[in-house]
Design a protein around this ligand. Structure first.
Ligand code: XMP
Ligand code: MG
Length: 183
């Protein structure tokens, strides 16, 4: 599939599976199921977080509710400006709920920083972030991220939800693109 487009595999399907299980265990420990219908609300950021969100939700041994948001940041295709517009908002109120934002990748952190402020203003009982990937630049913006899957180098990556021009989201692993794809 996509033969010749992927320069290297950065994270294999098996490594992703193991990490998802590990993160799910941490989150289940931190949000124990008290059997009181107080479900944890996962907020997935479309579209990149879809694969991670669905695998993560199934790996979590406690009830969760799935919510999605779609935002667009003004900027180029590969970097963001921090100015964000909501394309799709949550379907439900999160006031008084435990909320966990599920992200595919944090790069500059500008998108997330905006999202955290926006969701915090709706009065959740708690608000934390779980991201599968984090790039080095993320340290420049002060965003509290409780759960991080992998710290990756500052390279453009695709697969497992992440795209280049809407392609490669369906790859089961994460890889870097062959430069011939851009040119
Ligand atoms: P910031 O910079 O605000 O943006 O943290 C995060 C968003 O930028 C996109 N992004 C990527 N998408 N491969 C991608 O497919 C990458 O390597 C990459 N780096 C950043 C992504 O939409 C993410 O949510
Ligand atoms: Mg994208």
């Amino acid at each position: 599939m996509y033969s010749g487009d992927i320069a290297s595999v950065l994270i294999t399907e098996q490594q992703i599976d193991e990490k998802v299980a590990e993160l799910a265990k941490q989150v289940a420990d931190d949000y124990p199921d008290k059997g009181d219908r107080h479900d944890l609300v996962l907020v997935g950021v479309l579209k990149g977080a879809v694969m991670f969100m669905t695998d993560f939700a199934r790996a979590l041994p406690r009830p969760v509710q799935l919510e999605f948001m779609a935002v667009s940041s003004y900027g180029s295709a590969t970097s963001s400006s921090g100015v964000v517009r909501i394309l799709k908002d949550l379907d439900r109120d999160i006031a008084g709920r435990d909320v966990l934002i599920i992200e595919d990748i944090i790069d500059s952190g500008l998108t997330l920083s905006w999202l955290l402020k926006n969701l915090a203003s709706r009065g959740p009982a708690s608000l934390e972030v779980c991201t599968l990937l984090r790039k080095p630049d993320a340290v420049k913006v002060e965003v509290p991220v409780k759960y991080v899957g992998f710290e990756i180098p500052n390279e453009f990556v695709v697969g497992y939800g992440l795209d280049y021009a809407e392609r490669y989201r369906d790859l089961p692993y994460i890889g870097t693109l062959n430069p011939k794809v851009y040119t």
